[in-house]
Design a protein around this ligand. Sequence first.
Ligand code: ATP
Ligand code: MG
Length: 346
Amino acid sequence: MSVQKEHVIEVLRTVQDPELGKDLVSLGMVREVQVTDGVVDVHITLTTPACPLKSTIENDVRAAVMRLPGVQDVRVTFDANVTTDPRIFQKLQVDVRNIIAVASGKGGVGKTTVAVNLAIALAQEGARVGILDADVYGPNVPLMLGLDQKRPTVKDGKIQPLEAFNIYAMSIGFLVPPDTALLWRGPMLHSAIRQLFTDVAWPSLDYIIVDMPPGTGDAQLSLAQLTPVTGGLIVTTPQAVALMDARRGLVAFRQLQVPVLGIIENMAGDVFGVGGGEKAAQELGVPFLGRIPLDPEVRKGGDTGAPIVVSRPESPAAQALRDLARKLAARVSVMSFQADPDLRVV
Ligand SMILES: Nc1ncnc2c1ncn2[C@@H]1O[C@H](COP(=O)(O)OP(=O)(O)OP(=O)(O)O)[C@@H](O)[C@H]1O
Ligand SMILES: [Mg+2]
């Protein structure tokens, strides 16, 4: 019996995207089906190239289609069309699909480290990523990316972002003379953050990761006023005070109506123990996205402009960061579908 394309599509209606909780056909994820004799090619468009469930989906598709009589083999291929937060283009007229802010209740917990490595990890999966350093008090994204000796150029009136490790980067540190930031008042900060969005020639991007200054001050307020923020990540440490820190970050995001994507526990290990971030997430009722171990190589990578996901990709810390990048990407997709249940992927 010859296999019909319609039958394949029918059977794909029984395969769900585990995270979005709907079948692949209704989600618009089945981009193409081809039947050549007994061999079925299925092309699936994912909501992010960093999809953590790609292999689950592949196996489910294969198993479902193989059950059709006459099918000898199934080949599954993927691409991705990242979900868009439509408010960003409406407000800023930039072609950026999602903006993610990385924040913490207190300083030194590893926000910048996490922001830089997550951005690179997303790019490694095939996403188009930018990083925006909004930490006027300690703009060290350029250092961590090895760009601290560079200066962006201006072309046609727009600041050109720098590039490193396949991501685009711009820092508030490039806009202001060093050591003057502490004298800044809210309005100056506000206009500098605005410039970082509107005066920079950002290319089309799936994600911009914003590295925030520590705490919950003017920068958070300005960011939320200037641009829709798709979601916020809270970085904390394993210590007992993590709960208090994380709560501060959470309250700030909630007041600014920024949805919280989850909490990340950084520097987990012997010195500080493990678990503060997870416990905080439980008590605060937000997703716990995972933990990154304390590893001197992480610091070394940051100091030398060779982030750990590049310099030691097989280390547990790098693996944890890649895992977090996928979870983050998946949460963003889920949020897009929650915001618009009729959304289709293609
Ligand atoms: N998992 C880790 N293991 C070891 N060292 C780490 C880890 N994460 C971050 N660090 C180091 O801790 C220090 C603080 O990290 P980072 O600058 O990323 O924190 P931050 O929260 O951005 O700080 P600030 O609040 O000043 O902006 C850096 O020297 C960094 O290399
Ligand atoms: Mg920082």
